[in-house]
Design a protein around this ligand. Structure first.
Ligand SMILES: *[C@@H]1O[C@H](CO)[C@@H](O)[C@H](O)[C@H]1NC(C)=O
Ligand SMILES: *[C@@H]1O[C@H](CO)[C@@H](O)[C@H](O)[C@H]1NC(C)=O
Ligand SMILES: *[C@@H]1O[C@H](CO)[C@@H](O)[C@H](O)[C@H]1NC(C)=O
Ligand SMILES: *[C@@H]1O[C@H](CO)[C@@H](O)[C@H](O)[C@H]1NC(C)=O
Ligand SMILES: *[C@@H]1O[C@H](CO)[C@@H](O)[C@H](O)[C@H]1NC(C)=O
Ligand SMILES: *[C@@H]1O[C@H](CO)[C@@H](O)[C@H](O)[C@H]1NC(C)=O
Ligand SMILES: *[C@@H]1O[C@H](CO)[C@@H](O)[C@H](O)[C@H]1NC(C)=O
Ligand SMILES: *[C@@H]1O[C@H](CO)[C@@H](O)[C@H](O)[C@H]1NC(C)=O
Ligand SMILES: *[C@@H]1O[C@H](CO)[C@@H](O)[C@H](O)[C@H]1NC(C)=O
Ligand SMILES: *[C@@H]1O[C@H](CO)[C@@H](O)[C@H](O)[C@H]1NC(C)=O
Length: 744
C-alpha cells in the first residue's frame, strides 16, 4: 500500500511540473545541464557582483541568475546571459559545455574570461548566438567552430587570439554577423566568407590581416555571396592592392571602412552602384587618381573620409550637389583647382576639412549657407583674397583654421572683440590677430583651451587637445596668419529629473561648477527646431556670443506635455477649464513631493548649491504621468558649497511677489531659506487653490495666504481646502493637512 501511494504522489508531482512547465532539477532524470553549469561555476575565480550567488543546489538551475531554460525542454538550458559581470575565470576547462546540447545563446561579453575557446563548444549544435567580446581569451580560434552550423552571430572581438581566421568558417553558411575586431589575427581574409548565405555585418578591423581584399562580391559556386552585406569594416590592417571591382555587386552596402591599410590604385567607378552607402572611409591609404564623379550616385552619403591619400584633380561638383554629407574630409591629398560653389548646398555639413591640398582661388561665399558647420579647416592650401563676410552667419562654428594660405585683407570685424568666457571652448588659442590683445578677448572659464600668448596663462597644447574629433593626426594643426578662431555656441539646459534617468545618448559635459549640464550645439538646436521655426518655440537657456559679437540666447526645455502647474490650479474661473481637469489629492501630494525632491537636489548639491529664487506654480512643469519638474532657472544663483544656514547671495531680487519671503524686500540677498518659504506658499496654494496676495480677493481680510491658512487651523481646515480636490473629506483631513503642515 505504502509503495503504491508513494508512486502516486510521485506521479502527481511529475505531472503537475509538466503541466505548469515549471522545470525542477530534482523531478528530472536528466541532470546533465545542471552538472555542467555547476562545473562552469567552479572554474570562475572572481565574481565581484555576486552574479553566481544563486547558482546553488537549493535553487532550481532554471532560476539561476542569467540562465534561461527552454519552453519545449523545461529542464534544458537554452541561454546563458552573463555579460558585463566582471567575472574572471577560465573558459578552457569547460569540456562540459559540450553537454549543453540545447544551448542557443551565450552572452559572456565584457568579462575577463581567459584561456582558449573550448573545442567542446562545437558540440553545442543548437548555438545561434555567441558573444565573447571584450574578454582575455587567447589561443587560436578553434577550427571546430565551423561545426556550429546553426550559428548566426559570432562576436569574438577584443580578445588576444593568435593565428589565422579558420578557412572553414565559410562552412557556417548561416552566419550573418561576425565581429573579429581587435583580435590579434594574422594572415589573409578567407575567401570562403563569400559562401555565406545571409551576411549582413563583417567586422575584421584592427588586426594584422595581410594580402588583398578577396573578391567580396563574387558569387561562390552557387552557394552564396556577400551581396547582402550591409557593413564591411576592414580598417587598420595591412591589406594591400586595389579595391576589387566586384564590390559593385554589394548593392546593399551602407558602411564601408577600409582606412588605415596600404591599399592602392583608384576608387573604381562601380561605387556608383552602391546607392545605399552612407559612410565611406578610405583614409590613410595610398589611393590615387581623381575622386570619381560616380560617387554622386551615393545620394545617401553622410560621411566621406578620403583624407591622407594621393588623390589629385578637382573636387567633383556632382558629389557636392547630390550627397547629404555632414562630415567631409578630403585633407592631406593633392587636390587642385578652386572649391566649387556648390558647397553651399550641403546644408547638413558639420565638418569640412580640405586642409593640406593644393586648392586655390577664393573661399566661396556660399560656404556661409552651410549653417550647420562646426569645424571648417581650409589651412595649408593656396587660397587667396579676403575671408568672406558670409562666414559670419556660421553661428555654430567651433573651429576655424584658415592659416597657411595666401589670404589678404583685414581680419573681419566679426572675428574681433571675442568674448568667449565661460563656455566650453576647446582647442588651441591662436597667437595672432585679435588674440594678441588680452584686453580684447576674454577666455575665462574655458577649461579645455590651450596655447595662446603667454599673458593668457593657459596650459600648453598637447597634440591630442587639438586633434579634431574624427581623426588622429600625428602632427597638430598648424595655426598661423591670418587668423584662426575658436567660438562656440553652447547651451546649458538645467533640469531636475525625478523618477526617470536622463537619456543616456545625450552628451553630458561636466561644467566648472561640477553640476551636469546638457550641452547642445548650435547645429543641434537648429535641426531640432527646424531652423528656429516659430511653431517650435516653447522658450527655451542658451547663452553665447556669435561671430558678430551679438548675444545669442536661448532657453531650452525638455518638452513637458502637461504644461505648468498654474494652469491646473486655475480651473475654477478659466475658459481653459476643459483642457485641465481637477487634480486629485494624490496627484497634488505627488507634485508637492516631486518639488520637495527637486528643491533638496538644488540645495544639497555636493559641489555647489543652486538657489532657485522664483519657485511658483507657473515654474512647475508636469509631464505625461504628472511627474513635476522645476523649471525656469532664469533667476537662479549657483553658489559654492557652503552650509545651508549661511548660504545667501547677493543678486538683484526679482522673484515673484507673494512667493518670495518678506526679508527679500529688505536686504538684497537670496538664500536657500527663501526657496523653502516659496515652497511653503506653493504647497498652501496647491491645497487651498488660492493665490498668495494680492491677486486673490478672498484673502483680503487676512492679507496673505499664510495668515488665511493659520487663522483656519486647527478646527476650520475643511473650510479652506480646495473644494475641487476629488476625494472624501476625512481623507483630506487625515492625510493632506498632516503632511502639508509637517512640510511647513
Ligand atoms: C541527457 O540528455 C543528453 C542529451 O540530450 C543525453 O545524451 C543523455 O543520455 C541524457 N541523460 C539521461 C540520463 O537521460
Ligand atoms: C541559493 O540561492 C538562493 C537564491 O539566490 C538564495 O536565496 C539562497 O540563500 C542560496 N543558498 C545558499 C545555500 O547559498
Ligand atoms: C559590453 O560593453 C559595451 C561597451 O561598453 C556595451 O555596448 C555592451 O552593451 C556591453 N555588453 C553587455 C552584454 O553588457
Ligand atoms: C570534449 O572534447 C574532447 C575531445 O576534444 C572529448 O574527448 C570529450 O569527451 C569532450 N567532452 C564532452 C563532455 O563532450
Ligand atoms: C567544410 O565544407 C567542406 C565542403 O564544403 C568540407 O569538405 C569540409 O570538410 C568542411 N569542413 C568542416 C570542418 O566541416
Ligand atoms: C550593380 O548592381 C546590380 C544589382 O543591383 C548588379 O546586377 C550589377 O552587376 C552591378 N554592377 C556592377 C558593375 O557591379
Ligand atoms: C548611377 O545610377 C544610375 C541609376 O540611378 C545608373 O544608371 C548608373 O549606371 C549609375 N552610375 C554608375 C557609375 O554606376
Ligand atoms: C603610393 O603609391 C605611389 C604610386 O601611386 C608610389 O609611388 C608610392 O611609393 C606609394 N607609397 C607608399 C607609401 O606605398
Ligand atoms: C586691445 O583691445 C582694446 C579693447 O578692445 C582696445 O581698446 C585696444 O586699443 C587694443 N590694443 C591694441 C594694441 O590693439
Ligand atoms: C592616436 O595616435 C597615437 C599615436 O600616434 C596613439 O597612441 C593613440 O592611441 C591614437 N588615438 C586614437 C584615438 O586612435
Amino acid at each position: 500500500m505504502d509503495l503504491i501511494e508513494k508512486r502516486l504522489i510521485e506521479r502527481r508531482i511529475i505531472f503537475s511540473c509538466l503541466a505548469l512547465h515549471t522545470p525542477s532539477t530534482f523531478s528530472s532524470n536528466n541532470q546533465t545541464d545542471f552538472l555542467s553549469l555547476l562545473a562552469m561555476k567552479k572554474s570562475i575565480d572572481v565574481d565581484p557582483n555576486g552574479a553566481l550567488n544563486s547558482w546553488n543546489r537549493t535553487t532550481n538551475f532554471c532560476r539561476w541568475n542569467g540562465i534561461t531554460c527552454g519552453r519545449m525542454h523545461p529542464d534544458r538550458v537554452v541561454a546563458i546571459n552573463l555579460g558585463s559581470e566582471g567575472l574572471i575565470g577560465s573558459l578552457s576547462p569547460h569540456i562540459e559545455i559540450g553537454l549543453l546540447r540545447r544551448l542557443e545563446y551565450i552572452e559572456f561579453s565584457n568579462n575577463s574570461f581567459f584561456g582558449s575557446i573550448p573545442k567542446n563548444m562545437s558540440q553545442c549544435k543548437s548555438l545561434v548566438y555567441v558573444n565573447l567580446i571584450n574578454n582575455d581569451l587567447s589561443g587560436n580560434i578553434p577550427l571546430e567552430i565551423s561545426l556550429l552550423y546553426n550559428l548566426q552571430s559570432l562576436y569574438l572581438g577584443k580578445n588576444t587570439f593568435s593565428g589565422h581566421i579558420p578557412q572553414t568558417i565559410g562552412n557556417l553558411t548561416s552566419l550573418g554577423a561576425i565581429s573579429l575586431r581587435l583580435c590579434g589575427l594574422i594572415g589573409e581574409i578567407p575567401k570562403s566568407f563569400s559562401r555565406f548565405r545571409r551576411p549582413s555585418f563583417l567586422q575584421l578591423a584592427q588586426n594584422n590581416l595581410t594580402g588583398t581584399i578577396p573578391p567580396v562580391g563574387k558569387i561562390h559556386s552557387e552557394i552564396g555571396s556577400l551581396v547582402g552585406l550591409k557593413h564591411l569594416r576592414l580598417s587598420n590592417n595591412n591589406l594591400e592592392g586595389p579595391i576589387p571591382l566586384s564590390i559593385g555587386r554589394i548593392f546593399n552596402l551602407q558602411i564601408l571602412e577600409l582606412g588605415g591599410n596600404r591599399l592602392t590604385s583608384r576608387i573604381p567607378p562601380v561605387f556608383g552602384n552602391l546607392t545605399l552607402l552612407y559612410s565611406l572611409s578610405l583614409e590613410r591609404n595610398n589611393f590615387s587618381g581623381t575622386i570619381p564623379t560616380s560617387l554622386a550616385n551615393c545620394t545617401k552619403m553622410q560621411m566621406l573620409d578620403l583624407s591622407i591619400n594621393n588623390f589629385d584633380g578637382p573636387i567633383p561638383q556632382e558629389i557636392l550637389i547630390s550627397t547629404v554629407c555632414n562630415f567631409l574630409d578630403l585633407s592631406h591629398n593633392a587636390l587642385t583647382n578652386s572649391i566649387p560653389l556648390e558647397f553651399g548646398s550641403l546644408r547638413n555639413l558639420e565638418e569640412l576639412d580640405l586642409s593640406n591640398n593644393k586648392l586655390s582661388g577664393l573661399i566661396p561665399r556660399s560656404l556661409g549657407t552651410c549653417v550647420s558647420l562646426e569645424g571648417l579647416y581650409l589651412h595649408d592650401n593656396l587660397f587667396e583674397g579676403e575671408i568672406p563676410k558670409e562666414l559670419s552667419s556660421l553661428m555654430g562654428l567651433t573651429d576655424l583654421d584658415l592659416s597657411l594660405n595666401n589670404l589678404s585683407g583685414s581680419i573681419p570685424s566679426f572675428l574681433g572683440n571675442l568674448n568667449l568666457s565661460f563656455n566650453s571652448f576647446q582647442g588651441r588659442v591662436p597667437t595672432t590677430g585679435v588674440f594678441k590683445n588680452t584686453s580684447a578677448i576674454s577666455l575665462e572659464g574655458n577649461i579645455e583651451l590651450c596655447g595662446g600668448i603667454l599673458e593668457l596663462d593657459l596650459p600648453p597644447c598637447t597634440s591630442t587637445s587639438v586633434a579634431s574629433k574624427k581623426k588622429n593626426l600625428s602632427t597638430p594643426l598648424k595655426i598661423g596668419i591670418p587668423v584662426a578662431g575658436v567660438a562656440a555656441i553652447l547651451c546649458f539646459v538645467v533640469f531636475i529629473y525625478k523618477r526617470r534617468t536622463p537619456d543616456k545618448n545625450m552628451p553630458y559635459v561636466p561644467s566648472f561648477t561640477g553640476i551636469r549640464f546638457l550641452s547642445l550645439s548650435y547645429a543641434d538646436l537648429l535641426k531640432g527646431t527646424s531652423g528656429f521655426a516659430e511653431t517650435n518655440l516653447v522658450v527655451s537657456v542658451c547663452e553665447s556670443i556669435d561671430f558678430r559679437g551679438n548675444d545669442f540666447k536661448a532657453l531650452v526645455y525638455e518638452f513637458k506635455a502637461k504644461g505648468s502647474l498654474d494652469k491646473w490650479l486655475c480651473c475654477i474661473n478659466s475658459e481653459q477649464e476643459g483642457e485641465f481637469r481637477n487634480l486629485d489629492l494624490i496627484e497634488r501630494l505627488g507634485i508637492a513631493i516631486d518639488v520637495a525632491h527637486a528643491r533638496e537636489y538644488l540645495h544639497c548639491g555636493i559641489d555647489s548649491i543652486i538657489i532657485h529664487g522664483d519657485l511658483k506654480p507657473s515654474n512647475i512643469l508636469l509631464d505625461e504621468d504628472m511627474t513635476a519638474c522645476v523649471g525656469d532657472f532664469g533667476l537662479s544663483k549657483i553658489t559654492s558649497s557652503i552650509p545651508e544656514s549661511s548660504s545667501s547671495s547677493t543678486i538683484g531680487i526679482r522673484g515673484t511677489f507673494g512667493y518670495v519671503p518678506p526679508e527679500y524686500g529688505m536686504s538684497n540677498s537670496v538664500s536657500t531659506k527663501g526657496d523653502v518659504y516659496s515652497y511653503g506658499i506653493l504647497v498652501l496654494e496647491m491645497f487651498t487653490n488660492r493665490r498668495p496676495s494680492p491677486t486673490d480677493d478672498s484673502l483680503s481680510e487676512n492679507g496673505n495666504l499664510q495668515n488665511f491658512v493659520s487663522a483656519a487651523l486647527p478646527n476650520r481646515v475643511m473650510e479652506i481646502v480646495d473644494p475641487l480636490i476629488r476625494m472624501g473629506p476625512h481623507m483630506i483631513e487625515t492625510v493632506s493637512w498632516k503632511i502639508a503642515c509637517a512640510l511647513l
